[in-house]
Design a protein around this ligand. Structure first.
Ligand code: GLN
Ligand code: ZN
Length: 749
């Protein structure tokens, strides 16, 4: 029984982002629905063929999505929100739930575990009427079976689905699990009737501490689902970490297989879980990062595990949704660096090599193993991974390098130095990234604009943004970040130790993709990265211009990071580069410097026991990056996600002089949370939501400021939007900021 070689799931956006272009074309009315469906079917077919050709003997299907897999599951379970129910056409209804329409708000979006992928959050209330619509799942299966593909449909499991949903009217979604199980039972019956031999039910929530009693719940749910009479073989798949007690709980049920993450989870947990009569799908090839697998080490783990399980299959640790498609387009890579990497296509080959070595012996796969060994050997002593000067500098750091003078004393000094009004107004950094700006960058890349012309155009843009801010009457200005393609990539391109891919796109949400840089070596800053732009902007105005940097944690969170040293060490390397930049900015006369850390929450470990250690190094890295400046230089930071609860203490520990933070949509709630922990520094709770094109009225912001003043004294309060303005138009920004300054004036009076 069973299979031997598979992957947990795959990306679906297309190696050249075909789905992105098709979906956006469809939304814009440029592409017909038939054309959209054709692109999708072609992508599914070529994806299956690629896996078959690589040598996999079980192929995941129903992993395709027009937007998001959680949204697909909500549709399958009849759990789209009632506000889209009136939209008769299923595809229009689906996209309405994803993106909203003129009349309905979309579902909220949030991060998928600790990845940079965002899923849509289903809304489940006491009145949600579940109803199975298996059409898409069955169609994907039928399409694959028609091509003679050994297809294994994949669906999100009931615990994960409800566990990640948002409760409406005080309902805890998981409380409705018994209403959902009959639908899963029916789905299993339907899939068996349609010819599925195996079904994969994804339960990544089992590697988290998101709810109490998950292991017991898993045992109950899968005892029941495995009792369905005529069902396919049932594989419960975990990923993104160690499933702990839940594995043994699953082992006590009559399911047929369990999928485990052996990259982030421990093999000992699996061996102890009582899986001797089950198929264990061993996720030994990393689906979440880009490094080539050490095949010898991986084979040793598999060999060790084999006697403890029924059948062993080799797989990826999670879906390859989270890594780029293939190394083939990366022609800018040197051969040494190429040898260290494996994107999705290369990972498929690694899975097959391991599986065959396990059955036929390592010698049968000598070529693959030799190549892996040789490539990895070059990694051991590559000078780019060990910069002696940097290592010496890091070794010489002391606690004093992360500690500034007492905050109250700094506040007095910077106050005298900056002479700001009460309730100073500012923005978060970026101004609209107009079509002209993006076109200039594209022309610079294509070589039709030279560096001088590009600089002149960016300077003109900065001058316009400075003039606009003076005209609006803001107190602390920004240069507007026109020269930045992205707040991480901009820095990665100027630091050593990073490689920016040519085509390494990864889906972020819906049709949006990002191209995370690869952090492969020691990080050095050969030259200042932002000083010229800041100095140019400051030269145009008597108001203070805030220097703008991205913090070390966010740079790591939005890159692929090296796996050969603790993340804390890598973070300190990046922090030193940022620290040097703050010193150069200060030297050049910039008196306020903002170090953004919007991703502080994102890297928070899924297991509660690991959180304190993470927060310690994350906060330490931020402090290393900011504690070098003089007492009168004001350090700002910016954070923007709505759930601050788990990191609120860490926000205070950052010891920034001013913290701007998303707050408009949650009615300044974060201020109470900050008060509760005795936060005493200056704070700028966002007074309007920049995600919407709507221009807020001054009165709304006056009200929010009054609410804020109930929590924070006037001498600690700043006035600013929730986040940067790069996605808005100049007209929207002008109107909104004018109203914001009016609101500040009204409240000051
Ligand atoms: N300074 C950045 C900007 O304004 C911050 C963006 C962010 O928080 N994601 O665009
Ligand atoms: Zn932000």
């Amino acid at each position: 029984m069973g299979f031997h070689t598979t992957v947990t799931g795959t990306a679906r956006i297309g190696a050249d982002r075909e789905l992105k272009h098709a979906v956006e074309g469809y939304w814009a009315g440029r592409l017909s629905r038939e054309e959209l469906h054709r692109v999708a079917a072609d992508l599914r077919r070529s994806g299956r063929q690629q896996l078959l050709a690589a040598g996999l003997d079980s192929i995941p299907v129903n992993t395709f999505s027009y937007y998001d897999q959680m949204l697909d599951m909500a549709a399958t379970l009849g759990a789209l929100p009632p506000r889209v129910a009136a939209i008769a056409d299923p595809l229009d209804r689906y996209f309405a739930a994803a993106r909203g329409t003129a009349d309905v708000l979309p579902l909220e979006m949030t991060k998928w575990f600790d990845t940079n992928y965002h899923y849509l959050v289903p809304e489940i209330g006491p009145d949600t009427v579940f109803g199975l619509d298996a059409a898409t799942v069955l169609a994907d299966l039928a399409e694959a079976l028609a091509d003679d593909v050994p297809a294994r449909p994949v669906v999100i499991g009931p615990i994960t689905f409800l566990g990640l949903s948002k409760g409406v009217d005080d309902l805890v979604p998981l409380d409705r699990i018994d209403d959902l199980l009959p639908l899963y039972e029916q789905l299993l019956t339907d899939l068996a009737a349609a010819g599925a031999e195996w079904v994969q039910i994804d339960e990544p929530i089992l590697v988290t501490d998101a709810h109490d009693g998950l292991a017991a719940l898993a045992e109950r749910v899968y005892s029941r689902l495995s009792a369905v009479a005529a069902r396919p073989r049932l594989l419960v798949q975990t990923y993104f970490g160690d499933a702990g007690d839940a594995l043994a709980a699953l082992g006590r049920t009559d399911i047929d297989g369990v999928g485990v993450d052996l990259v982030r989870g421990s093999v000992a947990t699996v061996e102890a879980a009582g899986l001797a009569d089950k198929l264990v799908v061993a996720g030994i090839v990393d689906g979440h990062n880009v490094w080539r697998t050490d095949l010898d080490a991986a084979l040793a783990v598999l060999t060790d595990l084999r006697p403890h399980v029924g059948t062993l299959a080799v797989s990826t640790s999670c879906s390859t949704l989270h890594v780029p498609y293939s190394l083939a387009p990366e022609t800018g890579l040197d051969d040494v660096l190429r040898g260290w990497l494996a994107f999705a296509a290369e990972k498929f080959d690694e899975v097959v090599a391991l599986s065959r070595a396990l059955t036929d012996g390592r010698d049968a796969q000598a070529a693959a193993f030799d190549a892996a060994r040789a490539a990895l050997a070059t990694r051991a002593d590559d000078p780019r991974r060990h910069d002696a000067d940097l290592r010496a500098r890091l070794a010489g750091l002391t606690d004093a390098d992360r500690i500034r003078t007492a905050a109250t004393q700094r506040q007095e000094l910077s106050r005298a130095h900056l002479a700001l009004p009460t309730l100073p107004t500012t923005t978060i950094g970026s101004f609209p990234q107009t079509g002209d700006i993006r076109a200039a960058r594209a022309r610079l890349r294509a070589g039709t604009l030279d560096a001088e012309q590009y600089r002149a155009q960016m300077e003109a843009e900065i001058a316009a943004v400075i003039a606009l801010q003076e005209q609006i009457g803001l107190d602390v200005l920004v240069h507007g970040e026109p020269e930045r393609n992205d707040m991480v990539q901009y820095f990665a391109e100027q630091l050593t130790g990073f490689f920016a891919t040519a085509n390494g796109w990864v889906q972020s949400y819906g049709s949006r993709c990002v191209r995370p840089p690869i952090l492969f070596g020691d990080v050095q800053r050969p030259a200042p990265m932002t000083v010229d732009w800041a100095v140019y902007a400051q030269g145009l105005t008597d108001k203070p211009v805030k220097g703008m940097l991205t913090g070390p944690v966010t740079i790591l969170a939005w890159s692929f990071v090296r796996d050969d040293q603790p993340l804390a060490q890598t973070a300190d390397q990046v922090a030193l580069a940022i620290r040097d930049e703050t010193l150069d900015l200060q030297e050049a006369g910039i008196g306020i410097i903002q170090v953004d850390e919007p991703a502080l929450r994102e890297l928070l470990p899924l297991r509660a026991t690991e959180r304190a250690a993470y927060l310690e190094w994350a906060v330490n890295a931020f402090k290393l990056s900011t504690a070098g400046v003089n007492d009168e230089t004001q350090i700002h930071t910016h954070l923007c996600y709505s759930e601050f609860g788990d990191v609120i203490g860490a926000i205070a520990d950052l010891d920034a002089d001013v913290t701007s933070i998303e707050a408009a949509r949650s009615h300044m709630e974060v201020l109470d949370d900050l008060n509760a922990i005795g936060f005493a520094a200056e704070v700028g709770p966002g007074v309007y939501d920049i995600h919407s094109p709507r221009v807020p009225a001054a009165e709304e912001m006056t009200t929010l400021l009054a609410e804020a003043l109930a929590a924070v004294p006037a001498d600690r309060l700043w006035v600013n939007p929730d986040c940067g303005l790069k996605t808005r138009t100049t007209a929207q920004v002008t109107a909104a900021l004018t109203a914001m300054v009016d609101a500040a004036k009204a409240v000051r009076a």
